[in-house]
Design a protein around this ligand. Structure first.
Ligand code: ADP
Ligand code: MG
Length: 697
């Protein structure tokens, strides 16, 4: 699009708008209805209406009877007031920080104003959010104004102008518009959707709310349709690819031996749910098409044991495995646990993280190529090009919601000529019913049972006032031989006005926890240092670990009995549930204490939702209601899933309809080869490319 300044482009990038298409898909989150203005008398009459009715903004049109402009000290600088009268009554309009208004608001000028109204003893005052000076003889004809997510320096109004220009460009250039039309004509007719041009004008510049709703219906469907379509295509494509051949271990004798070895190396016997899911994984892996399985299970449900079983089976069938975790702390911990167990069965494992010394790394990579290693466990560091396998047969991805689709694909691509078996594991990032929305290309297994002897963690919500008492409690637990986590939302003081790990470590070490081994852990520390601290904590030398949410996922310290979260209101609910899952991993009673500021009643109420249930699925659902699907408990949905308008929860029925259509289409044309699907194929390819760009940027 011509004429977009570099500065504007930079601001657009902050809104994840890189292309014309992105701009057109920057959708309004509401419309301000300026279509009509009631008589001022009726606004005044609302004085006694229930609060709910007068909570929103209202419109008024009238003449300026009086205007005054005063300079103010401080940030706001000026205040402009005008009395506006429409013959039925008058109200006081107020603007802050608009010094230029002094000239426009002449007495007798006709104006349109919109804003929130507060009733005073003598009348009504409107805090004006929008206004327009009308020509003397101009009738009032208002519109429905879309309001867009904005960013500093780029207000909704400016975005609206850019978007309208982009629309004209796209409509002018037919190919661009065709490229925006992802829906096959058959579906469009069947669902009575407006055409693509009408839909985009309808959402960005509707004459009525009904028009906007019609447009939204189509655009939401389209987003879901593309999502479901690319899942269905991936699924079809993968099931046609050759899988690692594990037929050597498929026989009854080999199976029995595998079961025997697995039992002998695990320090516990599997729960019923673990047995069942392990069975599903094993039978997938023995098939000739590649496994694509999502393993969902609440924190502490024992997913790692299932991964260990899969890695053992791969090795016995003659293949290597790769296990990828989202953080170095977690990768190191999983390496210790997994290699400790698998080495009993003769497997050779190595840890691959970014911080390895050059020589060590080279040695490991050489061994990996020569098949002198059976498994590697690591972070994103596994994705770099020089990591090559002799014969990769299994990919395990832990806490998979931390990774993008493309990162998973990058690891899988290291199995040359084959599509490796893939197991992705996650602790309830999303409600169960919606797993199939974003992971429609995966089969789902669920571990719905905790290992025996676990007692549910007792959760309490407290205010900052009782922090001293809570610390005494932590001290008492430590004196009983237990350990504790204290989590803060910030690393150091410079970040917002929240408890910070650095300051708390300094302060508490001197006061409440004097004489106790306290240590600090956060993401900016060097990797080796972090690993050292985690090891000392795991070995019980450190009693209290004060950290940021780096310990959120997966960290396993069975002796820890307290999770204390300071400024807990600053975390998402699902994240708090993850944090809570760090304790209560042995048979003993554990506690989670969530501290909110004294005056944050709303925050405390949210926290009580977490305190009220141990069901991660229920919490994920609540989290989604509160935060919307835009930041779905850490699911990197934005861009990666292409959902900008659709809401996973509210629009779920639309998803089901779109998925049905997408599945049918892929069934009839598995690689979109038919001429009438040519445009669609290009669209899917472009979307995959787009999400690749976003994930890499
Ligand atoms: P998550 O599902 O959160 O990844 P982990 O695999 O880390 O859970 O397991 C949590 C803890 O439970 C670990 O200490 C693990 O050793 C233990 N555990 C797993 N399965 C069992 C079992 N069947 N019986 C007893 N303890 C188990
Ligand atoms: Mg885990």
């Amino acid at each position: 699009m011509p004429g977009v300044a570099v500065r504007t482009a930079d601001q657009l990038e902050r809104l994840a708008i890189f292309t014309l298409k992105d701009l057109l898909r920057h959708f309004p989150y509401r419309y301000d209805d300026l279509r009509s203005a009631p008589a001022i008398a009726s606004i005044l009459a609302n004085r006694d209406a229930p609060q709910a009715q007068v909570a929103g903004e209202v419109n008024a049109v009238g003449r300026v009877v009086r205007a005054a402009h005063v300079r103010l000290r401080g940030r706001i600088r000026s205040k402009t007031t005008a009395t506006i009268d429409d013959g039925t009554g008058s109200l006081q309009a107020v603007w802050f920080g608009r010094p230029y208004l002094g000239n426009q608001l002449r007495v007798d000028a006709r104006v349109f104003v919109r804003g929130r109204v507060d009733y005073t003893l003598t009348g009504a005052t409107m805090n004006v959010s929008r206004h327009r000076i009308l020509k003397d003889d101009e009738g009032y004809e208002g519109e429905l104004i879309p309001v867009y997510p904005q960013t500093a320096g780029l207000a909704s109004q400016e975005l609206r102008r850019l978007i309208m220009r982009a629309l004209r460009v796209a409509v002018g250039a037919d190919p661009a518009l065709v490229e925006l039309d992802a829906l096959p004509a058959g579906i469009r007719t069947r669902e009575h959707f407006p055409d693509v041009r009408t839909a985009f004008y309808g959402i960005h510049s509707p004459a009525t709310p009904e028009e906007a709703a019609q447009a939204r219906r189509r655009l939401v469907y389209e987003e879901f349709f593309l999502l479901a379509l690319s899942s269905a295509l991936r699924r079809a494509q993968r099931s046609a690819e050759p899988a690692p051949d594990l037929s050597g271990v498929a026989g009854a004798a080999a199976r029995a031996e595998f079961d025997h070895i697995l039992k002998s190396l695990l320090p516990f016997s599997l729960t019923g749910a673990q047995e069942r899911v392990t069975g599903e994984v094993v039978s997938d892996m023995l098939k000739r098409s590649p496994m694509n399985r999502l393993l969902q299970g609440d924190v502490g449900s024992g997913k790692t044991a299932v991964a260990i079983a899969a890695m053992l089976l791969a090795q016995r069938g003659g293949y290597q495995s790769a296990f990828m975790a989202p953080t170095e702390v977690l990768a190191a911990q999983q390496f210790n646990k997994i290699s400790g167990l698998l080495s009993q069965a003769g497997l050779r494992c190595a840890l691959v993280i970014g911080a390895l010394r050059r020589g060590t790394r080279d040695d490991i990579l050489t061994q990996l190529r020569r098949a002198e290693l059976d498994a590697v466990i690591g972070t994103h560091a596994l994705l770099t090009e020089d990591v090559e396998f002799h014969n990769l047969g299994l990919v395990v991805i832990d806490e998979q919601h931390r990774f993008g689709v493309l990162q998973r694909a990058a690891l899988r691509a290291k199995a040359r000529g084959l599509s490796p078996h893939t197991l992705v594991m996650t602790a309830t990032p999303i409600p169960r019913t919606l797993a199939q929305t974003v992971y429609a290309d995966l089969d789902v297994s669920i571990i719905d049972e905790l290992p025996p002897g676990r007692r549910p963690v007792k959760t309490y919500v407290r205010t900052a006032q009782s922090k001293g008492k809570v610390c005494e409690f932590v001290r008492a637990e430590v004196e009983k031989g237990r350990q504790a986590f204290i989590v803060c939302p910030a690393i150091d003081e410079s970040e917002r006005a929240l408890h910070s790990a650095v300051a708390q470590a300094q302060e508490l070490q001197k006061t409440a926890f004097a004489g106790i081994q306290v240590a600090l852990l956060h993401g900016r520390m060097a990797v080796m240092q972090k690993a050292e601290v985690m090891k000392l904590f795991a070995d019980g030398f450190i009693k209290i670990l004060i950290s940021t949410s780096v310990i959120e996922v997966g960290v396993d310290i069975p002796n820890a009995s307290v999770m204390l979260v300071l400024d807990a209101q600053a975390f998402g609910l699902a994240q708090l549930h993850q944090l809570r899952g760090r304790v209560g991993r042995s048979g003993q009673q554990a506690y989670c204490i969530l501290i909110a500021p004294d005056d944050d009643e709303e925050g405390a109420n949210r926290l009580r939702l977490v305190a009220g249930t141990n069901d991660g699925f229920a919490i994920a659902e609540e989290d989604m209601k509160i935060r919307g699907s835009g930041d779905l408990a850490g699911v990197r949905q934005h861009g990666a899933f292409g959902l900008r308008l659709a809401h996973l929860l509210h629009d779920y029925p639309v998803f089901l309809a779109a998925k049905k259509a997408a599945d049918a289409l892929v069934k009839s044309d598995p690689v979109l080869r038919r001429p009438e699907h040519k445009a669609l194929a290009a669209f899917v390819a472009a979307q995959d490319r787009d999400s690749a760009l976003r994930l890499s940027s």
